[in-house]
Design a binder for this molecule. Structure first.
Ligand code: SDX
Length: 429
């Protein structure tokens, strides 16, 4: 006998089914509640609301667990590489040798932009925000690939997916070169995904960029760790836009816009700005912690806290270890890493953070690695977007393929003025 939930409204009892997921997460299914009772539920910010069922990623925030298609993030980070992880997230299985070769080849085939797209970069001012450029250029892919609006056939979906994964790097690198007034660098034939991204970003006609395997590995690791994260703000945005049957390119462009916010993907840039400010002012750790606890200061410890993780974000742990490795390999020290570690130690012992279960999240250390690689600060969130591309595509695919596919259209509780005539309203003007 499956579990149910009983609710009494206006003296009448309603029995609602309980949905149980493969990891025993439970939810009260309220899809018939309004029809039966006239009531809806209210959950500002959706903190307690499941918008969908999904097979892609599982998070247990209390235990600090993150799994892509059932595989623990630490194992994926250690044993996989980004394109293979993307395949796993999108198609739900690790590719066999033949699938891997075909997918790699498909990515190579689609890594160039349509030459006409280059002119778009001329239209942006050099100091244009990279996330604005990225969202605009991904949206403009809808102008160049209209044959991929309707992608019901697997081959068409595969082509659209390859175009997005391949070109998002090229767009990011071309926009960076445009912003510094250097000639764009085309992808090279014999480089893998992350090597080619670094090549396009940092090579130049008069000074070839030497690929350091440790730096390439760190870049690939960052992409893997950002690849999906269940129903975060940007992924839910992609699902919302995709639910109207908008094409994949424009749905993903909307996800880029949602990721830009400093409470979401923009946090990695905000963390570096925060650490740099602490360093430049010579603030003590105690001063910073006191500022965080002083509500009037409006100061947030960026890179800390998470809507779901009430324990360590497993990605933060992996990135923190990688920071030490990359800096050691490059023979560099970064005072901002030392400050970050001291802040973490202080926060984990402070009741304000302990009571609110605030731990470092993926953004707390990722900027340190990006800085070590040479990524400019204003492109940190672009790196996050390149990494998150597989998760956006996989979630859009789920919406597109769902047999119960219907447009996402939440309800609301209206709190505005009750009925009034125009003349009554005019009198109040
Ligand atoms: C990402 O959803 C995802 O999965 C996102 C992500 C992904 O992979 O897609 O993991 C990536 O976006 C990570 C989060 C990056 N953002 C930041 O690091 C920004 C700083 N963190 C916060 O602003 C905050 O923690 C959020 C936005 C991440 C979560 O916000 P919630 O769940 O709405 O929590 P809240 O704002 O209601 O905070 C609860 C309490 C409040 O204090 P009280 O009112 O109870 O006294 O905790 C406090 C908050 O003031 N708090 C913080 C804090 N985060 C929460 N106080 C100081 N510093 C912080 N960072």
């Amino acid at each position: 006998m499956s579990e149910t939930a009983k609710i009494i409204l206006d003296g009448k009892e309603y029995e609602l089914p309980v949905v149980v997921g493969s990891e025993n997460e439970k939810a009260v299914d309220i899809s018939k509640l309004r029809a039966q009772s006239g009531y809806i539920t209210y959950d500002d910010g959706y903190g307690n609301t499941g918008s969908c069922k999904s097979d892609v990623t599982f998070i247990d925030g209390e235990k600090g667990i993150l799994r892509y298609r059932g595989i623990d993030i630490a194992e994926v980070a250690e044993k996989s590489h980004f394109l293979e992880t993307a395949y796993l997230i999108i198609w739900g299985k690790l590719p066999n040798e033949q699938e891997k070769e075909q997918f790699d080849e498909l990515i190579r085939r689609h890594e160039l932009l349509h030459e006409n797209m280059k002119h778009h970069f001329q239209g942006f001012p050099p100091q244009a925000a990279p996330m604005a450029v990225l969202s605009a250029m991904i949206n403009s892919m809808s102008c160049f690939h209209s044959h991929l609006y309707d992608i019901d056939e697997p081959e068409k979906f595969m082509e659209a997916t390859a175009k997005l994964l391949a070109k998002v790097r090229t767009i990011a690198a071309f926009s960076y070169k445009h912003s510094i007034g250097e000639p764009i660098v085309y992808p090279a034939r014999n480089l893998n995904y992350s090597e080619n991204f670094l090549h396009m970003m940092f090579d130049a006609p008069n000074h070839p960029y030497e690929l350091d395997p440790e730096v390439v590995r760190a870049m690939d690791l960052l992409f893997i760790l950002h690849a999906d994260h269940e129903q975060n703000c940007s992924t839910s945005t992609v699902r919302m836009v995709g639910s109207s049957e908008a094409n994949l390119f424009t749905s993903v462009a909307a996800g880029v816009s949602a990721l830009w916010g400093r409470l979401h993907g923009g946090a990695n840039q905000a963390v570096l700005g925060m650490l740099q400010g602490i360093h430049d002012r010579g603030d003590s750790i105690d001063t910073v912690i006191a500022k965080v606890k002083d509500k009037d200061s409006k100061f947030r410890l960026m890179g800390f806290g998470h809507r779901v993780y009430k324990n360590f974000d497993p990605r933060a742990k992996i990135i923190k270890e990688a920071c030490d490795k990359v800096l050691k390999k490059l023979g560099r020290k970064d005072p901002l890493l030392d400050i970050a570690k001291e802040l973490e130690q202080a926060a984990l012992k402070d009741s304000y953070f302990v009571e609110r279960k605030l731990y470092p999240n993926v953004d707390f250390y990722s900027g340190i690695i990006m800085r070590a690689i040479g990524i400019p600060l204003n492109m940190f969130t672009v790196i996050f977007a390149i990494g998150r591309m597989p998760g956006w595509i996989a979630n859009w695919k789920e919406v597109h393929e769902s047999p119960q596919a219907r447009i996402y259209r939440p309800r609301q509780i209206y709190t505005g003025p009750t009925q009034q005539s125009y003349d009554e309203a005019r009198k109040k003007a």
